[in-house]
Unconditional design. Sequence first.
Length: 285
Amino acid sequence: PAYLTPFPPLVKHPFAANFEADPINWTKVLDTLQVDRSVDAVEWATPGYIGGVKTLQTFVEKRLGKFNDKRNDPTENALSNLSPWFHFGQISVQRAILTVKKFGKRYSESVASFCEEAIVRRELSDNFCFHNKNYDNLQGAYDWARKTLEDHRKDKRVYCYSREELETAKTHDDLWNSAQLQMVKEGKMHGFLRMYWAKKILEWTKTPEEALATAIYLNDRYSLDGRDPNGYVGCMWSIAGIHDQGWKEREIFGKIRYMNYEGCKRKFNVNAFVVRYGGKVHRRK
């Protein structure tokens, strides 16, 4: 209530500009950018405030009604998809929340779920990264999580993949491969699958440190909302138990929460997702 307040109205400046700015040479500006051009642009997201507002509008009109019940189903179009615009500051979370509250009165459960994610979860991530200098490595994890990962450091890995194999989606798991391909092609991975994706990296790499570094590298390189507190905390939650508790102990994971393929099959149509993104099973010779 103290901070979620309406925006003040725009007021026309009383003084007119008395000069004309030189036209901007956008080609020259783009040439100065030090970016990795091997990662291509995406087609579904139009950058800028107008693109953000249009995405927000389609969310409240078409997707908000099923957000509460279907947001963890990667085969459903139920997410806001606003994270890229939030990340680059092109539309504010405050504006999105006020809009969702205004137009979502018929969908009280979805509004509450959206606000919980946009306020509580997001600010937990912001605070974690702001106050914990080890927000992107295992030294920033809880004592119990570091201990359990250390206890299982030498557990045998049935599958062990290099960063290149993971980056090119060449694992034995067609669902994981499809999630990786979604991120590479669209610059965005479904939130539920990002948890599964990161936990499998822990299971399929030599050490927890390598797993976390690989997950952060891939997320930051390909996701439009990479290099964001939510991304770092998402990887830390999946691999190092941040904002979570200890669970039943098992190989490799120790007491870190476990996710598997069969569990995903119980939640959504895995085959439909795999067909959509074309992930194939890769067997080593």
